[in-house]
Design a protein around this ligand. Structure first.
Ligand code: MN
Length: 715
């Protein structure tokens, strides 16, 4: 219950010349006029009038506005007399009440954004005098505080209107507390469940959070005192609607909203604001993207303050606002405060001097809603252009180079986390592992036990730790593969000598062979065979001396063929950057250097290289595939079959051979068939260096007169 005395003392506190008799007269008139009435939601009218006056007093409005606040509903009463109002309180008061009354009869129907905007403009245009708007806002706040007593339909319509028209209006006028309270009261009606959830969340840990506010507040105060600064430090919960909006905007769940609390430091001068900012940043790590300098760049509604978010003493994101007392008053009282400081006392917030009130009209440019956001964007100052600061879900800060990815972040936490990461949640949203992290991102890495580092991560990681660890792993993995290949090759060779790998191992002969060949372990030996550094034959000759066991008599043709093939090409393939790998080239696709290839481990035959699109590979077990590349540094030749169809006439073979030589290629063999249709089919095996060389050869052959078709045969 508010009393007249309370409200008047509020008024007189900033306006010593306040007229108590006039104030009491207004209260009496209001009480009398409404004596048989209750407000639509069942409140006592005088209480409502006093509450409106009290809200206006908080805005430090002039006396006229206070009187209008008390009398604002008077024209709704049956026996209201405009003449009497004018006689008792003056023409100005009557005019303001009339305007307000007229506006309150405009039906508001929520439609689209454009219409909401238009409504706001119309509202202000009709009000003309800003004081009407202030009374309106105060009236609305008083009604919203009692909204729970209304019917559901009225509650919702009223709340929506408040959220769409009055809260933005309060924001325009720079009255932050009024805006916040209107928003929260509306939210409570429009989203009761979400509001309740937010309330629960704050009240559940209220004591803990209260303790937190006290502790951190004390630390900030000590920080100021240690540096000979004096300032008012307060901590508070941010208003619900802003938290709700953030949740809606980012799609992040409630649990992930860290900054429910904000601290405020009020000092005497702008210089001190920046000093305090420096101290805060020196003590706690700032999230640079959250730093906003509204002192250098005030908001369109004249709001000035420094905003920063730091990682607080308990690893929590902590927002700190730093401003002067004067700036704070402007933030609290908005336009009214501005004039008070200009004039040195409460003055009409709108007068008739166009020059003096020009900035106010700017404030009234409602359509600036959008450009408002743009201004906020440009106020962001990047303090650390080289680095990016991101956070663990626990609020631990990780400093990473610009462009770093969740993989870098994962390795920064722990090698195991990096090696097993499969995905990332950035600010609560699933994101690809190669996503570029931004300042202030909260990153959560998902791991899986069976995940291993991937070579393609090397394409986007930025930290040397991640790069080294991935490379290390890839190398170790290649060694594993080489050991596997080596064992396969040796097994095959040993079987030809009537023994086996297992037997050679148990007999200790293989270990002995390893030592003799200069390897520490048998695994090293297998790896060397897999790499192609040592041939299986060499090893076999150590294990099974040739004179002791007769070699198997029959040798399959492919062995002889592949020997030749190996001699010329064993250095042409790289496995994971390791050169000198001994391989065999698949007959099915006969790959040439320059063609995309893949390796395939054939049981008993070691590693075979196929073209990547070879049908054999496509249909084979992917487990047995290995990434291989051509070693383009090494010059090698590979035989390739080319079929040439041409006119069956004399000198064709000479011409074609000449063309092949002209393209710097050697003919290994040539067969010529005459066909019945006066056409000849010539089959050449040509040694070429690579795909590009082959294409050159084919082009040369095609130039030969009488040649109709040239094609490469895969086998
Ligand atoms: Mn009212």
């Amino acid at each position: 219950m508010l009393t007249r005395d309370e409200v008047f003392s509020q008024f007189v506190s900033y306006f010593p010349q306040a007229d108590r008799a006039l104030f009491d007269r207004a209260c009496a008139v209001s009480e009398n006029a409404h004596r048989h009435q209750k407000t639509p939601d069942g409140r006592d009218y005088l209480q409502h009038s006093l509450e409106v006056a009290s809200i206006l007093a908080r805005l430090k409005v002039d006396q006229t506005t206070i009187l209008v606040g008390i009398l604002h509903d008077l024209l709704d009463t049956p026996d209201a007399s405009p003449a009497e109002i004018e006689k008792l309180f003056g023409a100005e008061v009557l005019q303001l009440i009339k305007t307000g009354h007229k506006i309150s009869n405009i039906p508001y129907r929520q439609k689209n954004r454009q219409q909401v905007e238009s409504f706001r403009k119309m509202f202000v245009a009709m009000a003309r005098d800003l004081r009407v708007v202030l009374v309106y806002l105060a009236d609305r706040l008083s009604d919203m505080r009692a909204i729970q007593h209304c019917s559901q339909t009225r509650k919702e319509a009223y709340s929506r209107e408040t959220l769409e028209v009055y809260a933005p209006l309060a924001n325009r006028l720079g009255i932050s507390w009024l805006k916040a309270e209107l928003e929260d009261l509306s939210l409570r009606v429009l989203e009761p469940e979400k509001f309740a959830a937010l309330t629960r969340r704050i009240t559940t840990h209220k004591e803990e959070r209260g303790g937190y506010i006290n502790k951190v507040g004390e630390q900030i105060r000590k920080l100021l005192a240690d540096n000979q600064l004096t300032g008012d430090v307060t901590g508070r919960f941010k208003h619900f609607y802003s938290v709700y909006r953030k949740m809606e905007r980012t799609g992040v769940d409630l649990d992930e909203i860290y900054d429910l609390i904000a601290f405020r430091v009020l000092v005497d001068s702008v210089r001190e604001c920046y000093e305090v900012l420096g101290l805060i940043h020196a003590t706690w790590k700032p999230i640079s993207s959250r730093f906003k300098d509204y002192i250098a760049m005030p908001k369109p509604n004249r709001y000035q303050s420094l905003h920063t978010t730091v990682i607080g003493p308990f690893g929590e994101r902590m927002e700190v606002q730093i401003r002067t007392h004067q700036m704070h008053n402007i933030a609290e009282e908005g336009v009214a405060a501005h004039w008070k400081y200009k004039e040195g006392g409460p003055v009409p917030v709108v007068g008739r001097d166009d020059q003096r009130f020009s900035w106010l009209r700017q404030v009234m440019e409602w359509q600036q809603e959008v450009s408002d956001h743009a201004a906020e964007e440009s106020a962001v100052i990047d303090l650390f252009p080289e680095e990016v600061y991101v956070f663990t879900p626990q609020g631990e800060v990780k400093e990473l180079p610009r462009g770093a990815s969740p993989v870098d972040f994962a390795y920064a936490i722990h090698t195991d986390v990096g090696s097993h990461c499969v995905g990332a949640r950035i600010n609560g949203k699933l994101s690809p592992l190669k996503t570029e992290l931004k300042n202030g991102d909260i990153v959560e890495v998902m791991t899986a036990a069976n995940q291993t580092p991937r070579k393609d991560w090397l394409a986007f990681v930025k930290t040397s730790k991640a790069r080294n660890k991935i490379r290390q792993w890839v190398k170790a993995e290649q060694r594993e593969k080489s050991i596997h290949i080596g064992r396969e090759l040796l097994e095959k060779s040993l079987r030809k000598r009537q023994t086996s790998l297992k037997r050679s191992l148990t007999s200790g002969l293989l270990e002995q062979a390893a030592t003799e060949l200069g390897y520490r372990t048998t695994d090293d030996l297998f790896a060397a065979v897999g790499y192609g550094k040592t041939s299986p034959g060499q090893v076999v000759s150590h294990v099974v001396p040739r004179d002791e066991t007769p070699a198997v008599a029959e040798r399959d043709g492919s062995e002889g063929e592949s020997k030749a093939s190996r001699r010329s090409t064993q250095s042409a393939i790289l496995i994971g950057g390791i050169d000198n790998v001994m391989v065999r080239f698949a007959h099915c696709c006969n790959p040439l250097p320059g063609e995309p290839v893949t390796g395939f481990i054939t049981r008993g035959r070691g590693l075979t290289v196929h073209t990547i699109d070879c049908f054999q590979v496509q249909t084979s077990d992917p487990e047995r595939r290995i990434d291989v590349q051509w070693d383009m540094q090494r010059k090698t030749v590979r035989p390739v079959k080319v079929r040439v169809i041409c006119d069956d006439q004399k000198g064709m073979l000479v011409g074609i051979s000449g063309a092949i030589s002209h393209a710097d290629a050697n003919i290994v063999s040539a067969t010529v068939h005459a066909r019945g249709d006066k056409k000849g089919t010539n089959l050449f095996v040509i040694d070429v260096e690579n795909l590009e060389h082959l294409n050159r050869v084919i082009r040369e052959i095609k130039k030969v007169k009488g040649v109709t078709r040239v094609e490469r045969l895969r086998n």
